[in-house]
Design a protein around this ligand. Sequence first.
Ligand code: G3P
Ligand code: MG
Length: 247
Amino acid sequence: MIASPVIGHRGAAQLAPENTLAGIRMAAESGVSWVELDVTLLGDGTPVLCHDEVLDRCSNRQGPLAFLSVSDLPELDMGSWFAPQWLNEPMPHLSDALLLCQELNLGLNLEIKPFGLDPEQVARRVFAETEVYWQQPERLLVSSFDETLLTLYRALTADTQMAMLFDFLPELWQLKAEALNAVSIHCDCSLISREEVQQIKTAGYDLYCYTCNNPIQAAELLQWGVDGIFTDNPLLMKDLLPSPCNA
Ligand code: G3P
Ligand code: MG
């Protein structure tokens, strides 16, 4: 379980380039104790951090990640699209991101994006890296919008904490969560209702909402009973974070 009211989204996506090592460091500096990061595979099966299926939005290159292999990584600049100070910020290997989060004492919600890839291969490759590079199972939560992927991931590990991601909460959400032995439900902060919050909390699940960059909305969601929010800018949520002397 996350047990933190504020989670840095894609690192801290309004403060530093998303899903980069710089973004992870920025999230830690901004005071969060957990981050959410997106992981997918390159064409050669290397797990890397990236939110999109293509490079166009967040890099100096264009085209699908599926066309890349690990030898292409040094040529990628994932930072200067965001601001010149992050020129040549690399696309992180998942392993480097896992190690950095632990070095900074950050818990990690790893969101798996299988896109059109073989979900079994994605699950196996991501799980294999977490087995080698992640030491504290209670500080790792694996999530995805893709139920097939989550089911395949669960088949690899009974122990990993898992979360189901939804935009609209489906009618059969609880059956799905039970089948997966999920501990947490992650919903869109603008689509969830107070009644749905009550339902999820009464059923005994953790509930986190993405992506909330408005402190007033965040406070209201917490007041409804939501356990925490994913935000691109943790600095806006200072009032919701435990003060350093309470940490
Ligand atoms: O994991 C929560 C959130 O990141 C899901 O949406 O598109 O930002 O990955 P997205
Ligand atoms: Mg995500």
